[in-house]
Design a protein around this ligand. Sequence first.
Ligand SMILES: Cc1cc2nc3c(=O)[nH]c(=O)nc-3n(C[C@H](O)[C@H](O)[C@H](O)COP(=O)(O)OP(=O)(O)OC[C@H]3O[C@@H](n4cnc5c(N)ncnc54)[C@H](O)[C@@H]3O)c2cc1C
Length: 419
Amino acid sequence: MPPSRVIVVGAGPAGLMAAGQAAARGAETLLLERMERPGRKLIITGRGRCNLTNSSPLAEFIPHFGRQGDFLRQAFHRFFSDDLIGFLTDRGVATVTERGGRVFPASQAAGEVARAMVRWVEECGAVIRTHSRVTRLRIEGGRVMGVHLGAAGVERADAVVLATGGISYPETGSTGDGQRLAAAAGHAIEPLRPALVPLVTAGDTARRLQGLSLRNVRAGLRLDGRRGAEEFGEMLFTHFGVSGPIVLTLSGRAVDALRAGSEVALAIDLKPGLDERQLDARLQRDLQAAGRRRFATILKELLPRKLIPVCADLTGIATEMPGHQIDAAQRRRLGRWLKDFRLPVTGHRPPAEAIITAGGVSLREVDPRTLESRIVPGLHFAGEILDLQADTGGYNLQAAFSTGWLAGRAAAGVRENAD
Ligand SMILES: Cc1cc2nc3c(=O)[nH]c(=O)nc-3n(C[C@H](O)[C@H](O)[C@H](O)COP(=O)(O)OP(=O)(O)OC[C@H]3O[C@@H](n4cnc5c(N)ncnc54)[C@H](O)[C@@H]3O)c2cc1C
């Protein structure tokens, strides 16, 4: 007998998908959202363009979630990127695939995805109730039996899906309620911390470079002096430190290393296309040809304008020095700096400014086949509330949609065939 009533808490991508699935499977479904409308975070994703998934195959997709990726195998086997693209196309949202396999709505409008989801949920027969904040789970005889809505009373249910997101961008409604509700029900919560977050660097170097965007550079972490992960691409200097795609990708590891008390630095290779020998030969040639031209003028061919005074300060070579006076030791110092521009990382921006939250409901206590709690029968989890986080590129939204799909069906009593 399928449960007659399912409550889904949180109308983000995970909750919308879960509610639609549960209702489409015949359950009387109520989707509770604390904000004034559903999908507040969804509409700001991908700078308003919504990078909804990635076209890379499963074997390449899963490693983007790190060690926890395997947990998602069951959900992805049942509802993956092709299914999501087909699902949205059937609902009038055409998609385009861009560089790096990133998939966006062809309209380039995240709002279109949110509207299509809401329409579908309502067509499936689920009721969406906004301004409804769940404050407590109702648990009777060890089983979830509904939710408390503060002064608004109790809503009873045979199954509950918690899809309340993480703690980043709290103005969208995600403030960690779900993790607190799960903890009160006995679930272990992996510490919540920011991931895909800008990093704070020491001194005033970043502030001097504020607004400068570097393309085609390689940046790597140095953790207690040892080489860590590296990324190639684009980064940005801000008034407090560094941001941009490659910094965000590296940030999760930097945050964890800082929490562990390690010394963290970012090493930027400004000339990744040349090895040290090739770069030295090029510098030698440039300096010989330079004659009386000033160091600052020579650097114009090597660096963006904003980096020139910083380079001069950090290499100790005066901007006024004529090229022919720069000796071999100075040239080698310049070469080393161009390959290893080091910025000590002293911290990170707060979780509120992170694209996603690392940590959450521990995966050990959730069945990956149904996303049901192993502690409280009838309770399911979907989306960022779980201890899952991935790189940028559409992976996080796909995880939200896929876990929502599976949790919604399981909450409605559908048993998928085991793999
Ligand atoms: C600026 C930004 C850009 C992003 N861009 C991308 C991108 O392009 N591609 C990508 O893959 N990922 C992106 N992400 C990440 C992605 O948005 C999240 O991973 C995804 O939204 C998680 O979905 P969710 O449904 O689990 O949670 P959320 O989207 O956070 O939704 C949770 C919902 O639960 C509601 N809620 C919370 N507590 C309660 C409660 N007690 N009672 C009732 N309702 C409650 C909240 O109001 C919210 O509506 C981006 C994130 C940010 C912040």
